[in-house]
Write a protein that binds this ligand. Sequence first.
Ligand SMILES: [Zn+2]
Ligand SMILES: [Zn+2]
Length: 348
Amino acid sequence: MLIDYKGACHIHTDYSDGKISIPDVVTSAQDADLDFIILSDHNTLLPKQDGWEGWHDNLLVIIGVEASPRYSGHFLALNTQPLCGNGDVDLSRYEHMSSRDCLDDALDYGSTTYIVHPLGIRKKNFLLNLGGWHDWERNGFAGIEIWSYLHDWLEDLKISNFLHFCKNPNRHIKGPNPTLLSLWDRLGQQRKVVGISGLDAHLRKIPFAKKPLFTYTELFKTIRTHVLIDGELSTSDEAISTICQAHKEGRCYISFDLLEDATGFTFVANTAKRTYCMGQEFFTSGEEVHYHTSTPYPATIKLRKDGKLCAEREGSTLEFSSREKGVFRIEAYINNKPWIFSNPIYVR
Ligand SMILES: [Zn+2]
Ligand SMILES: [Zn+2]
C-alpha cells in the first residue's frame, strides 16, 4: 500500500539569502506537521557538508541546491551526493555561467534537476528581475516547478495593492499559472516531465514591518508536495533516496493544504491487467483504461487529457473510461479555489 508523505520544497536558509537558520526551519516544519522538507540554497551545498541532512525526530531534511545563474533561469538539483562527494560544495561559479552550462554541469554529476519559477518575473517597481527558462528543447531536466507560492503571490502584486497583499497573502494565491500549465501539458506529450511545488521561502522583512511577510510555519501549511511511498521510510540515507526517487518518477501531487489537507488523494488508471499510478507511463493498443480519482474532501474534480478538460464532477470521486492515448491528469478545486494538481498518467 502506498503511504502519503507531505513535504515542502524550495526553501532558502541563512546559508544563502534566507533570513532563517536551519534549526528554526526544522522547528517550523515540525510545527506545521510536515514529513519532509527540501532545502535549496543558492549555489551552495554547504548545509549538506555541515551534516544537516537526515532525520530530525519525525522530520526528514533533504538538501539540494538552487542553481542560480545571475542572468538566466534557475533550477533545483537533488541527488547531489557526487557534487558533495567531490568536496565540490561551493557552486558560486554557477552565478556567472549560463543556465545551459549549469544544467550540463549538474547532469554530469548525476543530479536530478527541476526548472524552478520557469516563467521568471519582472517587476520594475519592486526591483525584481529574474530570468525565465527558455531552453525547453534541452532535455535532461526531470521536471518543472508548476506552482510556486512566492511567484503566484508576486504575479499580480502592484504598488497600489501592496499593503492588501501583505495583510492577507493567502487570499491572493490563484493556482498554477495557466501559461505554465499549458507548457507542462505540451512537454508531457513528448516525454515525462514531473510537476513539483515550491515555496521559494526566504523570510524577508518589509522595511518598518514588525514581522516578516510570511513566517515559515505559515508557509509550510500552504502549498505542499505529497509523495506516495511503498511502505514506511527507514534510515536517513534510504529515506532520502526513496523520497527523491518518488519525486523523480512523478509519484506525487501538489496541494494547497490550507484549504483542506489533501492526504489520501488518489488518481489511478486501471487496465484489465494492472493498475498505474501518477507518474507512470504505459503503452496501449486501444484497450479500455478506467481512471479512478478520489479526494478526501468534496471538490470540483477535473480530469484533463493533454491539457483539455475531458470529465468534471462535483463530489469526492470521479470515474472515467477511455480507449484514447494521452497525458491524463487531475485538478481539484474547493469553492473555485485551486486545491490539488496531480502528476499525469501517460498513456502512449
Ligand atoms: Zn530562483
Ligand atoms: Zn529560490
